[in-house]
Design a protein around this ligand. Structure first.
Ligand code: ATP
Ligand code: MG
Length: 291
């Protein structure tokens, strides 16, 4: 149920906003261009148009005014992976920052990781770090939202980790969407936590204890490949690894069509700012090229 609902932006949005009454961006669903025009007018410009089934920014666009809606409609419908024939149009939240709150439902209850801050470009994650500094009030609100939705999705028996995506503006927190599994922005936990998000997922499912989840400052940067490649190879990894506290994880994807996320650079340091600087520097040394 959690997988079905979270794959479908309509299912999860209606559950979050209408059933659980969580704060979200204003939204409408549209099954044709006329409905999209009416929906965009209702939520206001700029707005985000997204296929109801998609991820990693596929088929998504930001629309500044009415003239951009026809193109956004075509893009959204063509890229929709489930071919629902529908898009969601969302009003923009002018957030100060966005986070993923990794939330684990395990045998003894619900635990939270420290918030992961991240930067997305065109709906695709580029950088993340942990912990994201937050006011006490905002953190409490974020945890309350995540707890409500995770409890609802898990019911009595569901166990595992969820990546709850939230927008934060001042002390206001808005629910955006949620993954019923480890989250791409949470790859930073491979170095910033003693138990990574994958380990937490496995422990939860196996009924093993999750006593506490310590965290130290860490950062991750995604390595992207552009162009078509049949045999992608990685240049500069030895330079990327020269700084202490730096790692490279290569995904081993066999080919690239246009644009693909191929690896991630991870770094730890005394502060988040230093960790981000280190990870960005190391990432700048790596190039993916046709081998
Ligand atoms: N209503 C909104 N207001 C402001 N920013 C938004 C809104 N909707 C989406 N965004 C921006 O676009 C990003 C991607 O949107 P969303 O998470 O809905 O798509 P996605 O395709 O599931 O992306 P991913 O798979 O990377 O999580 C968000 O993380 C945020 O930066
Ligand atoms: Mg997302």
């Amino acid at each position: 149920r959690a997988t079905r609902l979270t794959m479908d932006r309509q299912g999860i949005r209606q559950l979050a906003a209408e059933k659980l009454k969580l704060p979200t961006s204003p939204y409408r669903f549209a099954g044709n261009l006329a409905e999209l025009e009416a929906g965009a007018k209702a939520v206001g410009f700029p707005c985000f148009v997204k296929p109801t089934m998609s991820s990693s920014g596929h088929g998504q666009s930001t629309v500044k005014n009415k003239n951009g809606l026809a193109k956004a409609w075509r893009l959204g419908i063509e890229a929709g992976r489930g071919k629902t024939g529908k898009v969601i149009v969302e009003g923009k939240i002018n957030f100060d920052y966005e986070i993923t709150l990794l939330t684990v439902r395990h045998a003894a209850g619900i635990s939270f990781c420290a918030p992961v801050g991240h930067i997305q470009i065109d709906g695709d994650y580029r950088e993340s770090w942990q912990p994201q500094p937050m006011s006490k009030i905002a953190l409490k609100k974020a945890q309350t939202i995540a707890k409500k939705i995770v409890s609802e999705l898990c019911g009595k028996k569901g166990r595992g980790i969820f990546g709850c995506e939230l927008f934060v503006k001042g002390n206001d927190v808005y629910f955006s969407e949620i993954s019923p599994r480890p989250h791409d922005t949470g790859m930073v936990t491979m170095v910033s936590q003693t138990m990574s998000e994958m380990e937490l997922h496995v422990r939860a499912i196996l009924g093993l204890p999750i006593p506490e989840i310590p965290c130290r400052p860490g950062a991750s940067v995604a390595i992207l490949a552009e162009g078509d490649m049949k045999n992608p190879t990685y240049e500069g990894v030895e330079n990327a690894l020269k700084q202490p506290g730096t790692w490279v994880r290569i995904f081993g994807k066999p080919e690239v069509i246009k644009h693909r996320r191929m690896a991630v650079v991870l770094a730890i340091a005394n502060t988040v700012a230093e960790a981000r600087k280190k990870a960005k520097f190391a990432a700048s040394k790596i190039k993916v090229a046709e081998g």
